[in-house]
Ligand binder design. Structure first.
Ligand code: NAD
Length: 450
């Protein structure tokens, strides 16, 4: 398997500077939107095949997400791409200092299966906006969406600038051997280490969008119904297969039962008494993952749900009470529809619980106590945070999205994405006016003090 020719062709096209032209970039961005809009029903059907995604959910989190991203980016592209003037200190005066964003070259985008459209096209929007060429590799675990992207991208986008390779670990390994100018990987931390090691061979910068166990602290002061509705939506959307979904809840002992009851009521509101029959509830991506997730349920105190069907990749929305802290349910990212609720003594213990563990991709708090919310944001290190809501920060395009530590490296969304795939080049421009003599040898003409 050799993708050298494809890669070289992209590199050569980049060197002709066509992709630096802002009009070309805008036109290509509009084509990404057209690709999604013209083929929306085909994408919704592919996402239903791959993940049982309900159409409205897929529209909210995949197709319309990408379309809005294009609109947001096109409106601001000229501003982002402009020179950014900065002040010049006395030592460099007279002079003019500025930052000139410039494209990096050819970027490899490796997508994951859980949002198989968004996780390819949203990074592509940022990569094209920044003036790069791209080679995209959708996830083989969402094969219908991958095939559709591979068919449509060459029809809508400049084939010289954007190329698609389908496949799994073998194809990705072959791609990773090439000297890309930037690699963007979305997926799990183990493969991220392989990606980073391969990138190190060429000193290629990486953006790693990974996962982790995103905690939620619910304080006694929180409005229980609103809290339960927002958490239930964020947890059971895409059957829990969302990188920033709540992984587990921490709350006081007295809140465990009322919160469980409120969450159960929301499950019934959203998916009825039999979620398996609901058109609003998705499926697990494959049987291997269904088995992995359902294995977490062994020997647990299941308060709600717990039913699963390996063959049909179904796991019910499930709540588990006080799992052992060293169980695999509490040491691995769940990435499925099981929600543990853990009783803790107080807010300080909740913070300690979270800060003793890996830095998560998101950390959430539900509380009416403003000081507590501020302390949570200040003391808990996480990629992103939500106060009194989950996931919705990702709907704010100017909030950079990304992890920290084991949950990721680098950020995208809005200008953060543009900057991430640009090189922010520093320029100092000086006129031909004589300098102060202090700068030049021979030294020793003045007395100096540090
Ligand atoms: P996945 O199985 O689709 O793998 C991701 C990509 O890695 C695929 O394109 C796959 O082909 C490639 N890959 C797999 N094995 C490889 C290997 N040995 N060498 C090279 N490439 C290989 O997705 P996944 O990893 O199961 O995704 C789930 C994880 O991704 C979760 O941890 C989740 O939290 C995280 N995630 C993060 C974000 C984010 O934006 N931060 C978004 C979605 C998912």
């Amino acid at each position: 398997m050799d993708f050298t020719a494809k890669f070289t062709q992209l590199q050569q096209y980049f060197s002709h500077n066509k992709t630096r032209d802002l009009a070309w970039r805008k036109q290509q961005l509009q084509q990404i939107k057209r690709l999604v809009v013209d083929n929306e029903s085909a994408f919704l059907s592919a996402l239903a095949t791959d993940l049982g995604k309900p159409a409205q959910e897929a529209w909210m989190t995949e197709t319309s997400y990408v379309a809005s991203d294009v609109d947001h980016t096109c409106k601001r592209l000229h501003r982002w791409a402009k020179k950014r003037s900065v002040s010049t200190p006395l030592v460099a005066q007279p002079g003019r200092s500025y930052i000139q964003p410039e494209p990096q070259g050819t970027v490899l985008i490796i997508g994951a299966w859980n949002y198989p459209l968004q996780l390819i096209l949203a990074p592509l929007v940022a990569v094209i906006a920044a003036g790069n060429c791209a080679l995209v590799k959708p996830s083989e675990l969402a094969p219908t969406t991958s095939a559709l992207l591979a068919k449509l991208i060459p029809q809508y986008l400049d084939k010289n600038a954007v190329s698609v390779v389908e496949g799994g670990a073998d194809e990705t390994t072959a791609l990773l051997a090439l000297p890309f100018d930037h690699i963007m990987y979305t997926g799990n931390g183990q493969v991220a280490r392989i990606v980073m090691a391969a990138a190190a061979k060429h000193l290629t910068p990486v953006t790693l969008e990974l996962g982790g166990k995103s905690p939620v602290y619910v304080d006694d002061s929180a409005d229980l119904n609103i809290t339960a509705q927002r958490i239930a939506w964020g947890k059971w959307m895409n059957a829990g297969q969302t990188c920033i979904a709540p992984d587990y809840i921490l709350c006081s002992k007295r809140l465990v039962t009322p919160l469980t009851t409120a969450l159960k009521a929301q499950i019934i509101n959203m998916f009825g008494q039999e979620p398996k029959q609901s058109k609003s509830y998705g499926r697990i991506v494959n049987q291997r993952h269904t088995k992995r997730i359902s294995d977490y349920l062994a020997d647990q105190d299941i308060a709600v749900g717990g039913e699963f069907d390996l063959e049909n990749r179904y796991i019910a929305p499930t709540i588990v009470i006080n799992p052992a802290r060293d169980s695999s349910l509490m040491s691995e990212e769940i990435f499925g529809p099981i929600l543990p609720i853990i009783a803790i003594e107080d807010f300080a213990q909740a913070k300690a619980f979270v800060t003793m563990r890996d830095k998560p991709l998101a950390a959430y708090i539900f509380s009416k106590n403003k000081h507590q919310c501020q302390a949570w944001v200040h003391d808990v290190r996480a990629g992103n945070q939500g106060i009194n809501d989950v996931i919705m920060f990702n709907a704010v395009p100017e909030l950079p999205f990304g992890g920290v530590g084991p949950s990721g490296i680098g950020q995208y969304s809005g200008q953060a994405g543009f900057d991430n795939f640009s090189h922010l080049k520093s320029v100092l421009a000086r006129p031909f006016i004589k300098d102060l003599p202090i700068r030049f040898a021979p030294y020793g003409k003045i007395k100096f003090k540090i």
